[in-house]
Design a binder for this molecule. Structure first.
Ligand code: ZN
Length: 209
């Protein structure tokens, strides 16, 4: 009867992605005040640390948040983080300006970080797919043109996001997939919180997801 609705979700989007809530991955509350900003560009990062076993992904994020907070940032520097298996984790609120140890103004940047060191390892298929999902969600939500999807090294003296991931920006792979995703109806990101979120994190840490 309603073929146009087949495959659509409650939000009307073709696809949905889950974002693991901060409480579920064991994040601490913010330790300081955020500065507000309006998102006008998307900037891709890597963690810069080889992640060889994805079971470690949540603990690496807890460690990053602790390090960032001890360095004077109110929270983990990024808005979204993505592990090697493509799980998406929520970072600081998107209305809050990001932070950096390098020299560029983070105001206006939606910061998306992929766990790993892409000078040393390649981005995985699932990680790249989730990255494109998050970037497509951001590009559509904040009306960001494809030319404002860049890597950290485009703004600061840094190798971030590493050679392999940066090459996917340079050769147009990420932009093409983002454009296709938006043209096919976009993606809705839904929070995975509470017991469900904690269960998924336990599964990730046990190597079962
Ligand atoms: Zn970076």
């Amino acid at each position: 009867m309603l073929p146009a609705l087949i495959g659509k979700t409650a939000s009307g989007k073709e696809q949905t992605g889950d974002v693991i809530c901060k409480a579920a991955w064991g994040a601490k509350p913010p330790s300081g005040k955020f500065k507000r900003h309006q998102i006008s560009r998307i900037t891709i990062h890597h963690s810069g640390v080889v992640l060889s076993d994805n079971r470690d992904a949540p603990s690496v994020l807890r460690g990053a948040q602790a390090y960032h907070q001890s360095s004077g940032f109110p929270d983990i520097a990024y808005h979204f983080m993505i592990d090697r298996h493509g799980h998406i984790y929520k970072g600081r609120p998107r209305w809050a300006r990001g932070d950096t140890f390098t020299d560029y103004a983070t105001k206006g940047h939606l910061l998306v970080m992929c766990e790993g060191n892409f000078d040393e390892q390649n981005i995985s298929r699932r990680q790249l797919a989730s990255l494109c999902d998050v970037v497509a969600w951001g590009a559509e939500s904040f009306e960001i043109p494809l030319r404002r999807i860049k890597g950290h090294r485009d703004y600061a003296s840094s190798v971030c996001p590493g050679a392999d991931l940066y090459s996917r920006l340079e050769d147009g792979t990420i932009k093409r997939r983002v454009r296709n995703r938006i043209e096919r109806g976009g993606i809705a990101l839904e929070k995975l919180c509470g017991k469900q979120g904690k269960r998924l994190v336990r599964r990730i840490e046990a190597g079962r997801d």
